[in-house]
Ligand binder design. Structure first.
Ligand SMILES: CC(C)=CCC/C(C)=C(\C)COP(=O)(O)OP(=O)(O)O
Length: 378
């Protein structure tokens, strides 16, 4: 892969020298006490992240400042993707659309996004969880021709919560719920993916995945309400909701897939939380940039930062996309600075996790540029 920084000018602010993340721990603030850090070296593959100006789409847009993909292993991605397709077929997810699902390549996404992990089974759990979230997104929230309906959204998402976190038995009421949960492949996919996550996670990590899903769905309910009322949505309001509806959700899997745990009190420590949110938001702006055209085509267009900025400012889609790129780049530069600052916290798990977020950013951009999800019509 060519190094884009070789032919594109680098940014003038943060990260310009930055080819090497984590080379120099920064000091300057007190190390929090009692955060449950587990000291000690880890022997995992973590080559230094290389932040660079990366061309995207047809190369005519301003570059995205983002780590390079750490690992591009097509054969491993294909293996994970085929296992994911087998799983989807078994539970009836995407019936009649399985070839489209195969081509979307979520197995490739997770292989790119978790570059520290070679184990196909651990990558599969990420593929299953992401595929299940995306199935909710497509069938419940976004794709009108797949049955998404804003009037049904909140009720469907309430059941999705039960699919991830089933209530205790409640006599005949519980039986009815169980029958419902088994009747919809989207819900089955959530339960099945969650069960696989549970095999590899601590109770606290599993609860983190559940609760992060639920907070994401609150934002989806807001989008559903906006679609129903037809009220104009300001870009700032959308971005605020997007914070909890971002690839932050996917990134909560990174330590589970990697076989370690960022302790809860560290994961939710303010500065760490902000860094993780920045990474999730930057990654999802990449998604909005790639999906703007497809989302505009739905009869009930989806919220998307490019479309909203264009509508709000009366500018062209290209100008709006340029604004989104600039925002993305600022957020990634701030994330990069966070990573340097957080080196001062003596937790190998945290350092691994921050590295993994950078890996996710790099792999996520790679996948968005290669999947056919945003380029082909069904
Ligand atoms: C975490 C996860 C995979 C959730 C699915 C929904 C989500 C946050 C995205 C994939 C990004 O949002 P969007 O709905 O715009 O995604 P698509 O453009 O439909 O792929």
């Amino acid at each position: 892969m060519p190094n884009p920084s070789a032919f594109l000018p680098g940014p003038t602010g943060l990260g310009t020298s930055a080819a090497r993340l984590f080379a120099q721990p920064a000091g300057g603030f007190a190390v929090p006490q009692d955060l449950g850090c587990v000291p000690g070296p880890r022997t995992v593959r973590q080559p230094p992240l290389v932040f660079a100006q990366r061309p995207w789409a047809d190369g005519s847009m301003p570059a995205l400042y983002c780590p390079l993909a750490v690992r591009v292993d097509h054969a491993l991605g294909e293996l994970v993707n085929e296992r994911l397709v087998e799983w989807a077929e078994k539970i009836g997810l995407h019936e009649g659309r399985i070839e489209t699902f195969r081509q979307t390549g979520f197995g490739h996404l997770v292989t790119l996004a978790h570059p520290d992990v070679d184990d196909p089974d651990r990558l599969l759990l990420a593929g299953q969880m992401n595929a299940a979230w995306w199935a909710c997104d497509d069938y419940y929230a976004d794709e009108t021709d797949l049955g998404a309906d804003p009037q049904l959204l909140a009720s469907r998402l309430a059941l999705a919560m039960s699919a991830l976190d089933a209530p205790p038995p409640a006599d005949e009421f519980g039986d009815e719920l169980e029958a419902q949960l088994k009747s919809d492949p989207v819900l089955v996919s959530l339960t099945s993916a969650r069960d696989h996550v549970a095999v590899h996670s601590t109770p606290s990590q599993l609860a983190r995945v559940n609760l992060t899903s639920f907070q994401m769905w609150v934002s989806w309910n807001a989008y559903g309400a906006w679609r129903q009322s037809g009220e104009p949505v300001e870009a700032w309001r959308y971005l605020a909701a997007r914070q909890h509806d971002s690839f932050y959700t996917s990134m909560t899997l990174s330590d589970i897939v990697g076989g370690y745990e960022v302790p809860g009190n560290l994961f939710y420590e303010d500065r760490v939380h902000r860094a993780v949110m920045r990474a999730g938001t930057a990654a999802v702006i990449v998604n909005d940039l790639h999906s703007a055209i497809r989302e505009a085509a739905d009869e009930l267009p989806d919220c998307n930062i490019v479309l909203l900025v264009a509508a709000e400012r009366g500018c062209t889609l290209r100008e709006a996309a340029e604004r989104a790129v600039a925002l993305h780049n600022d957020i990634v530069a701030a994330f990069e600075a966070d990573c340097h600052e957080l080196r001062a916290i003596p937790s190998p798990e945290l350092h691994h996790f921050l590295w993994a977020l950078g890996g996710w950013l790099g792999g996520g951009l790679e996948w968005h540029g290669t999947t056919n999800r945003y380029t082909t019509e069904e």
